[in-house]
Every structure is written in structure tokens, then in C-alpha cells.
Design a protein around this ligand. Structure first.
Ligand code: 9D3
Length: 243
């Protein structure tokens, strides 16, 4: 998979793309990253990427020309059209489902803006998706592009080992993870639950499922509203209400 980023701050990406899992994914050839400063594509001698808004008003607007030309340069000679993803506060909220959808693509281009708005023609005629990573205000789209690149890369075949495999992730099962403990069994008087030391694997599995359900019910009831409870989970809910 090819992941390209268009940004005015390319230096922000070196840490994320140069570390552990993403670095290994790149070196194994599963994914390639290109970080492009779209200022290089500005057709005027001052390399200006923004301009005053038609109709007046405060703030600046990102010009269409450098962005269209940069996307053309990244897609020339390629038959299949890439997904062109605009990072912006007004976009659709990013979720694991969207990460899974993007992981199926051959080529994605992530477009990062800042306080300037985008010329609407970028939205209408270039972007295939508009994404926000959540309801808080960032200084630009770069952190969003990193979040998407990270979450999509780890879903690509061969990127994660069995131990870290994505299949048992909380957002794939729809539940939060149960508590984990490691040695010692007594740390400063804080004990590991007896059941985990019992060696009864069936009981341990049942305890973990109950704890997962309890955590989700207490912390993220919205995750349970989005899906139908299994009969097993209905029982767990009754267990919780008894205590
Ligand atoms: C004046 C109105 N503001 C829009 C809500 C202006 C504005 C603030 C911050 C415009 C852009 C930005 C920079 N943020 C992003 O580019 C951004 C973002 C975010 O701020 N939150 C969550 N996801 C994203 S993705 C891109």
C-alpha cells in the first residue's frame, strides 16, 4: 500500500514513520510512505500556498493549484484512482471501521491543512473523503494524518506478529479489555485476583469475559448500545445489577 502525505510541515512525520512498527512495515515492503511539502508545487515565484478569501473576511484560504498539482504528480501514470483524504474539523469522525475500509486501498493521499480553510473546489473535485479524528481543536491536520497512517498500517497483512494481532483488539470484539496482571502475585500488599492463580482455564476465561463486559458497561456504554447483546451478555448484565 502507498500512503502519501501532503503537508507544509513534513518534519513533523519523521518520528512516527521512523519508529518500530511503521518503520518495520516500510522496510519489509508492505507499505511505502512519501511526505511531500505541497509548497514545492506552488506556481508563483513566492511559493505562496494561500490567498485572501473572495467576498472578504478574516483568515486565508489554501489555494487549489498547489494541491491539485501535487496530487496529479503523485498519481501520474497510475490507472486506479487513489483515495484523497482531507483532514479537517468538519470531516466524518475517524473510527476503526474507517481504518479497516482504508486498509483495503492500494493508494491513499492524506491532505493536511491548518487554520486556513481549503478552497471549496478541493473538497468538491479532489477529495474523496473528509475526516476529523475527534471533537477537539488541533493546530492542523498532521496529527490526524499520523493517526490514520498508524491505524491503517498495523492492519496490513504481516505487519503485526501473532502476539499483537489485531483480531482480539477491543474495538474489533466491541468490548474493552479485561484487567491484566503479571508477577509478583503480591505487590506491596496489592493482590492478584485468586482466580487467575487457580489454573482453572474455563473459570479464568469466564472471569475475563465478565470483567470485559463490566468495564465496557461502566466506561463505554455507548459501545454496547451500538450492538445487540448476546444471551451470555444479558446474563452478565444481570450479574452486574445483582452486585
Ligand atoms: C474557526 C473554525 N475552526 C474550525 C472548527 C477553525 C479551525 C481550527 C483548527 C480550522 C482548522 C483547524 C486545524 N485542525 C485540523 O486541521 C484538523 C482537526 C482538528 O482540529 N480536530 C480533529 N481532527 C482534525 S483533522 C484536521
Amino acid at each position: 500500500m502507498k500512503i502519501d502525505v501532503l503537508t507544509l510541515f513534513p518534519e513533523m512525520f519523521s518520528g512516527v514513520f521512523g519508529s518500530s512498527i511503521l518503520k518495520n512495515a516500510k522496510e519489509s515492503g508492505v507499505v511505502s510512505y512519501r511526505i511531500i511539502n505541497f509548497r514545492e508545487y506552488a506556481d508563483n515565484k513566492h511559493k505562496k500556498v494561500d490567498d485572501y478569501p473572495y467576498g472578504g473576511g478574516a483568515g486565508m484560504v489554501l489555494r487549489a493549484q498547489p494541491i491539485f498539482d501535487a496530487v496529479d504528480a503523485l498519481t501520474n501514470q497510475m490507472q486506479k484512482k487513489p483515495r484523497v483524504i482531507l483532514l479537517c474539523p468538519q470531516g466524518e469522525r475517524f473510527t476503526q471501521k474507517k481504518a479497516e475500509e482504508l486498509a483495503e486501498e492500494e493508494h491513499i493521499i492524506l491532505l493536511c491543512g491548518h487554520y486556513e480553510g481549503y478552497d471549496e473546489r478541493i473538497r468538491e473535485h479532489l477529495a474523496t473523503d473528509e475526516i476529523s479524528i475527534g471533537d477537539y481543536v488541533l493546530t492542523g491536520g498532521e496529527l490526524g494524518a499520523m493517526v490514520i497512517a498508524d491505524s491503517v498500517t498495523r492492519l496490513l497483512p504481516g505487519v503485526l506478529g501473532n502476539a499483537e494481532s489485531a483480531i482480539t483488539d477491543s474495538f474489533s470484539t466491541g468490548l474493552l479489555e479485561h484487567p491484566h496482571y503479571t508477577r509478583p502475585s503480591d505487590f506491596r500488599g496489592m493482590k492478584v485476583p485468586d482466580i487467575l492463580l487457580s489454573g482453572h482455564h474455563k473459570n479464568i476465561d469466564a472471569w475475563r469475559e465478565q470483567e470485559s463486559f463490566k468495564r465496557t458497561w461502566e466506561r463505554r456504554p455507548d459501545l454496547l448500545e451500538d450492538r445487540k447483546l448476546t444471551t451470555e451478555e444479558e446474563k452478565r448484565l444481570k450479574n452486574l445489577n445483582k452486585r
